[in-house]
Structures are given as structure tokens and as C-alpha cells.
Design a protein around this ligand. Sequence first.
Ligand code: SF4
Length: 92
Amino acid sequence: MKLEDKLFLVTFNADNQSHISVKDQAICAQCREKPCINGCPADCWEHEKEKNEVLVSFEGCLECGTCRIICPHGNIDWKYPRGGFGVKYKFG
Ligand code: SF4
């Protein structure tokens, strides 16, 4: 089964406020690797080249915590979504 097919099996109850944010965009602007972009299994991160900002689409977050761990600058503020919000895994 491909990753896209697996992602199709999860559902989300997206909050209206993000549980993930960049602490300081100036740090991201200096970061060459930007591992959050390629490391996120749900493809939530993108580099907006015009403004040179790193953006996150928190609504599709799988709550794996990878982005927080792999950011070499500790520049991601991450917490679980509020109760009742976030990803819903169903098995079977
Ligand atoms: Fe992507 Fe995981 Fe970070 Fe969510 S916690 S944005 S799924 S890397």
C-alpha cells in the first residue's frame, strides 16, 4: 500500500488554531537544510520562496513529532492539539 493510500485512511478534526508554529522565521530563513520540508510524512511543511518563510499546514498533521525532533535549530513550537481535535486513526 502506498503512503498516499494509507493517509487516505486517517481523518482529522481540525482545530481553528494551530498546534505547531515556527518560533522565529529569521532562523528558518538562514537554515539551508530545512529538514521539516522533506521529513514530514504528511507533507505539511512548505517553503514559501517569495517571503522566504517556512509554513505549516497543521490541519493534516499526523502528530508524529518528527518536525520538532529534526529541526536542527529547535525552532518549532509543537504541542498536541486541544482535546477532541487532531488526527483520528482507525484500524481495520
Ligand atoms: Fe508532519 Fe509529523 Fe510534524 Fe505533524 S508532527 S507536521 S505529521 S512531521
